[in-house]
Design a binder for this molecule. Structure first.
Ligand code: FAD
Length: 290
């Protein structure tokens, strides 16, 4: 059972941030509530006041600005999966959104809530990393912007500070000619493993590569060192390099044995799925089928 909660519904970011400042630890930001209500109901979190950010109009926008897609924090997974703009600008991201849980969760959950909660078993963050996405955060002193890579700190930990509201996610397009692919493994609804690859091929060689892995470690990671090693290789050589790089992946991702599999299994599957995603990216990438 949920204890009695007071619901505030600010219509501006300033009001939401002011409410956070006024009530401190007693208050929590509330978007779709997919995570928050479960935590409250199960007693993992206490709160007296919910600050519902969904009445803030600017947090619901999706738009394109000088080639950068801007997504308001309260846009739901379902809206992203269905948006013609998202499908055209970042097809692999739209595809990743279409894989989140089920249609009920996708209708309820928001991109901002997903990134702010930073559960390691999430889909969107991984593919956003190959887009070099950034977040815009607001509080009473103004707004600041940071790369998503820096926003993710650790399991359930982000760079958000008390009083902060996640406002917007900036998603640049992939470089011209680069295709993206996202693949995931799942045993339950949440992903056990998610990988994203971007590939730009010229003369049969990988001229530019972007790789990211989520779910296996505490947070989604870009694999910059592997990207450098693969650059200039052909697909087969790249797959061999990926399969041989278990030690790099182990050190970066720090996988553990758990109910979803052993650390060795996760590392092995990471190599396999990275190869598959890279292959898909060298072809047409993936996208949501209409
Ligand atoms: C059954 C189930 C299955 C799921 N499966 C998947 C899956 O397969 N893949 C996947 O990626 N995710 C999955 N999820 C997670 C789901 O995507 C997230 O629950 C959802 O996106 C969170 O968004 P929300 O708006 O509901 O956040 P809320 O529950 O409202 O909030 C989550 C957290 O973020 C904070 N917050 C929310 N909005 C903001 C903001 N604008 N600024 C700062 N902080 C904010 C809240 O205070 C809270 O701490 C699953 C969840 C459930 C319940």
């Amino acid at each position: 059972m949920l204890s009695q909660l007071k619901l505030l519904q600010p219509t501006t970011v300033r009001e939401a941030s002011q409410a956070l400042a006024d009530y401190g630890e007693k208050a929590k930001l509330y978007a779709g509530g997919a995570e928050l209500l479960l935590l409250l109901r199960n007693g993992f979190l206490n709160s007296e006041i919910l600050i519902d950010v969904k009445k803030i109009e600017s947090l619901h926008r999706i738009g394109l600005d000088n080639g950068v897609m801007r997504i308001g924090a309260c846009v739901t997974h379902r809206e992203l999966e269905q948006s013609a703009l998202v499908r055209a600008h970042a097809p692999a991201f739209a595809y990743a959104e279409s894989q989140v849980a089920n249609v009920r969760v996708r209708n309820q959950g928001t991109l901002g809530g997903n990134l702010a909660f930073n559960d390691p078993h999430s889909d969107p963050g991984t593919v956003l990393l190959i887009h070099d996405a950034a977040v815009v955060i607001g509080n009473q002193s103004g707004n600041r912007r940071m790369p998503l890579k820096q926003f993710f700190l650790d399991v359930y930990a982000t760079a958000l500070e008390p009083g902060d509201v996640l406002l917007e996610i900036e998603v640049p397009a992939l470089p011209v000619g680069m295709k993206g692919a996202y693949l995931r493994l799942h045993r339950y609804q949440r992903p056990t493993l998610g990988v994203a690859a971007g590939a730009l091929v010229s003369g049969g060689m990988l001229e530019e590569v972007r790789l990211a892995v989520g779910c296996v470690g505490p947070k989604a990671e870009r694999l910059s060192e592997l990207e450098r090693k693969i650059k200039g290789a052909n697909l087969n050589e790249a797959k061999q390099i990926l399969a041989a790089e278990k030690n790099y992946l182990r050190a970066l991702l720090r996988p553990v044995d758990d109910l979803l599999g052993t650390a060795e299994y996760k590392l092995y599957m990471t190599g396999v799925l990275l190869g598959d995603a890279l292959e898909q990216a060298t072809q047409n990438g993936n996208y949501v089928k209409s």
